[in-house]
Design a protein around this ligand. Structure first.
Ligand code: RIB
Length: 305
């Protein structure tokens, strides 16, 4: 087996994205502008972005034995993700996303088959995990699976990336084995119990959390940009100034691009700039995975500038 596989263990959701001017008030029926349906789920999104950039990517997860599951498998396969280890059981996880005119979104998920992944499923693919260069996890699958994967594979060559989204309390011994922790400002605030009001707050919070992790933290700050904190380095990377129409999956696109750049052994500042650029392209288009750029899209956009 190729030893440079990216293995994503996570959720696959069928997303219903509703574009609307504002959220309804209590008891109000609000008329939306547009509905977009398509593949989503934080795990599948991150896998899709890795594959769209050309990384050999394997997705491990569960979809329902229904038309949504078939659609998700089809779209992930189409972008080059190896879906042969995804099982079918129950009903497919769903994402209901409300997108506002400035691109900001409010997201709710129904776990469905994502919640049926077990440690036995992980044992069946141990050969895949042992040969990975990155093991990528989020928090839309059961806790015990995440803890099992991190505990079992912490000493393999693959770096463990944990996107603590949606944010959960992570046991100390588990967090310590995470090589790269990626969170947005809401998730970081949940973890530390303080709010982030500025870039320097984010860097300070990252520094506070760093000793609890395996050594690198990225905090994304939406329209502001992102910060990276390592034991020897911290820096703010401003977001690119683009016209955002839909931020659904932008964080996942950022993570996929970051993994792509890290797997090319680029210096960390170059990795962060690349991820910033890729997610900037993502927010300029509607929808989730469909808006993620390929390597070709990035080159053509750079060429136009
Ligand atoms: O990060 C965006 C994703 O979160 C959506 O695709 C939705 O399915 C939820 O998982």
């Amino acid at each position: 087996m190729e030893s440079k596989n990216i293995v994503v263990i996570g959720s696959l959701n069928f997303d219903i994205i509703v574009k609307q001017q504002r959220m309804p008030k209590k008891g109000e029926t609000f008329i939306a502008d547009e509905l977009i349906q398509g593949p989503g789920g934080k795990g599948a999104n991150q896998a899709a972005q890795c594959a769209k950039l050309g990384l050999p990517t394997i997705m491990i997860g569960k979809v329902g034995d229904d038309r949504f599951g078939n659609a998700l498998l089809g779209s992930l396969t189409a972008v080059g993700v190896n879906t042969s280890y995804i099982k079918k059981l129950g009903s497919t996880g769903m994402g209901i996303v409300h997108v506002m005119p400035d691109g900001d979104y409010y997201s709710t998920i129904v776990k469905g088959a994502n919640d049926l992944i077990t440690v036995e499923d992980i044992d069946e693919v141990s050969h895949v995990l042992e040969a990975s260069s990155f093991i990528v996890l989020q928090q839309e699958i059961p806790d015990e699976v995440i803890e099992y994967v991190i505990s079992k594979y912490k000493h393999t060559n693959g770096k463990i990336v944990l996107n603590n989204a949606p944010a959960r309390v992570i046991k100390e011994n588990i967090l310590k084995c995470v090589d790269i922790l990626v969170v947005n400002e809401t998730e970081a605030s949940f973890m530390v119990g303080k709010s982030i009001k500025s870039v320097s707050d984010a860097i300070d919070m990252g520094k506070e959390m760093l000793p609890l992790t395996g050594g690198m933290i990225v905090i994304t700050l939406g329209k502001e940009g992102s910060v990276v904190i390592t034991p020897s380095y911290s820096e703010f990377f401003p977001a690119e100034n683009v016209l955002a129409v839909d931020a659904t999956g932008a964080g996942d696109s950022f993570i996929g691009a970051l993994i792509y750049a890290l797997s090319g052994d680029l210096p960390i500042d170059e990795c962060m700039k690349f991820a910033t650029h890729v997610s900037a392209i993502t927010v300029t288009k509607e929808g989730g995975q469909h808006s993620f750029p390929t390597q070709e899209d990035i080159e053509s956009i750079l060429f136009k500038n």
